[in-house]
Ligand binder design. Sequence first.
Ligand code: C2E
Ligand code: CA
Ligand code: CA
Ligand code: CA
Length: 279
Amino acid sequence: AKAMGRNKYCAFSKELTLRAARQLSLENELRNALANQEFELYFQPQVHINSSEICGMETLIRWQHPSKGLQYPDQFIDTLEETGLIVPVGEWILKESCRLVSSWLKAGLPPIKVAVNISARQFTDPGFLRSVEKTLAATGLPTEYLELEITESMVMGNIDESFELLQKLRELGVTLSIDDFGTGYSSLSYLKSLPVDILKVDRSFVMDIPNSQSDMEITAAIIAMAHKLQLKVVAEGIENPEQHDFLNQNNCDYGQGYLFAKPLTQKELIEVLNKQRLE
Ligand code: C2E
Ligand code: CA
Ligand code: CA
Ligand code: CA
């Protein structure tokens, strides 16, 4: 009924009615997906740019749909966000990431950090800080192994409140990074006071290197500026050696992309961790 109401102006359009019905069934399927354990975590390794050694990984969610097969976030994240389902699902992602990494550390695998994407709804949920604290305590993951990825727009919505939250998360010992840096519309002036540790340069800046002179200049400038502000830089979406070389020459700290590894299943990640060096 909610989906029908939202689309009332198009009540006579067959196609839109169909779309609304599809959206509603997606919502219902997602409601059950968590309980039915249909979500799976993949991990994409991150490397030190200058050595290609693994230093961390990013958790990326997948949905193993009972009939449609493996679904990627662009097919369901927006719906999770719109329905608020991202709060319990996000909590599960955080808990499961910490639990797995903690168990790998205990099993003696090379220690690396895990970066978890946090959605806007999760970040502004009043229980978020508490849930991070509880998760760290319950899984026994040392806090320095957890990184949280947030976006500029999440912070800019309510600067005072989010600064305070970021401050408290940092006091826990958690690392904070700004995801998709450069794609938001916020001003640079807030950056100097933002309590974060890492900037993630968005893939859209990396993808046309070395062909786009302006993207190379922007990327080099972001790295230089970040370093002046004592921030580390991760470049995402590195697909070829030219991009890797450029980023290395410009002192980018960390990298992530298909050149090093695609998002991996747990089993694949463990194999890679035992090898350590990618490329
Ligand atoms: P993101 O956080 O910017 O994640 C990076 C995306 O780029 C991932 O897509 C990853 O598979 C892809 N990628 C990595 N390296 C390369 C590369 O070299 N080339 C290309 N073409 N792509 C690359 P994915 O997994 O489909 O995730 C898409 C977005 O969905 C993420 O963007 C993030 O915003 C969201 N997302 C994924 N997992 C989670 C999650 O657990 N929680 C939340 N809240 N959002 C998530
Ligand atoms: Ca991310
Ligand atoms: Ca990103
Ligand atoms: Ca991105």
